[in-house]
Design a protein around this ligand. Structure first.
Ligand SMILES: [Fe+2]
Length: 372
């Protein structure tokens, strides 16, 4: 266990909020606020390192271990409130200190997040201030940590994926020629073994805006007719990292491609290894075509599914960030989108993601051949 795990909480939540609000404002920084940015050691860094292709590994899901526990929700015993964000997706928890959870508690977190898709933990100052060595140790409990091929990371910590925007710069994968910043996706779904339990938190945030949208891909699938789902279970689709790499090669986001982009084929309907639930597994950002269909068939089916994901507000949850919030989602059964509605404020938004990879997606359809 990292020594930072035992670090004591130094400020009340009220103090923390004030600090975030002040430091997130670039304008105030320039106007003579001499207090250094508290998380300057975690600002995006773009090393010139080049990494080899990822190799397959055997993933053992931590949520599976929790199934054997007599009460796999005992990590919530200290909670002072547990609130469903929506009936089908998301829970908000106050009173549980993630940084203090032992191995057993972390397994239980993985199972709870798999079941609810998304869990928002408030009051996580100890977690956030425990630093990048702790972030890595936390993430490694849940799987092999993914190193993003193009994003910035804290210097020396390539496993920590950063999002960052301030008054002068953005290092995000933001499409700026669209009428919307809503861009539903499942993180790095182009990898052979995409992420499972994912942890994300903000180090600095705008006073208002910068919320994150989530949707349940279990629910989007359930909305479809049984006949259509039966058809979808027979399909597999290509997920591509090429456009994301081209974005960086065009000089944006730090201009780095540290690992050559890949395309992989995944089932259109995947099964969660622990809950057994089926989830739609296509997303507008990375899914490019359905294998074996004529081009028009593939384009129309994907457009229908993307539109369905886009507009199903009855299946979505919106996370409003507060200082010291840590959000966990299961990337296998949810999709999400950033909301960039705070550009005009010139305020800083600085987030960190810990991204353990999971199993190669399991087809819901019996015998679907994904190739080697
Ligand atoms: Fe994302």
């Amino acid at each position: 266990m990292s020594t930072t795990l035992t670090q004591t909480i130094k400020a009340t939540p009220t103090t923390a909020f004030s600090r975030h609000a002040t430091l997130s404002n670039e304008g105030e920084d320039k106007q003579g606020d001499t207090e250094p940015y508290r998380y300057s050691h975690l600002l995006p860094h773009f090393s010139q390192d080049h990494h080899p292709a990822l190799v397959p590994f055997r993933h053992i899901d931590p949520g599976q271990r929790a199934l054997a526990h007599s009460n796999p929700r005992s990590f919530l015993d200290s909670a002072i409130s547990i609130t469903q964000l929506t009936p089908g997706l998301g829970t908000e928890v106050h009173g549980v200190n993630l940084a203090a959870l032992d191995s057993d508690g972390r397994d239980q977190v993985a199972l709870e997040v798999a079941r609810r898709g998304l869990v928002v933990f408030r009051g996580q100052e100890e977690f956030i201030d425990s630093g990048p060595d702790f972030y890595r140790a936390w993430g490694r409990h849940f799987g092999r940590l993914h190193i993003h091929p193009t994003s910035g990371h804290p210097k020396g910590y390539p496993e920590i994926h950063l999002v960052y925007r301030d008054s002068n710069s953005t290092f995000n994968y933001e499409i700026d020629d669209s009428i919307t910043t809503t861009f539903w996706h499942s993180d790095v779904s182009y990898e052979l073994q995409p992420p499972g339990l994912t942890t994300f938190f903000l180090l600095a945030q705008p006073t208002s805006g910068g919320d994150t949208l989530f949707t349940s891909q279990v629910s989007t699938l359930k909305k479809l007719s049984p006949q259509f789902v039966t058809f979808l279970r027979t399909l597999k689709a290509v997920h591509s990292g090429l456009e994301q790499a081209d974005f960086s090669r065009s000089g944006r986001r730090g201009g780095i491609v540290r690992r050559e982009p890949v395309e992989n084929i995944h089932p259109v309907v995947r099964r969660h290894p622990v809950t057994g639930e089926e989830a739609l597994y296509v997303n507008r950002q990375f899914t490019r075509r359905i294998v074996g269909l004529k081009r028009e068939e593939s384009e129309n089916i994907l457009k229908f599914l993307f539109d369905h994901i886009d507009k199903s507000a009855d299946l979505q949850a919106r996370v409003k960030w507060q200082p010291n919030t840590v959000v966990l989602w299961d990337n296998r059964v949810t999709a999400h989108s950033a909301i960039v509605d705070y550009k005009e404020s010139k305020e800083r938004r600085h987030g960190a993601r810990i991204t353990p990879q999971a199993e190669r997606p399991i087809p819901a359809g019996e015998g679907l051949d994904l190739g080697d």
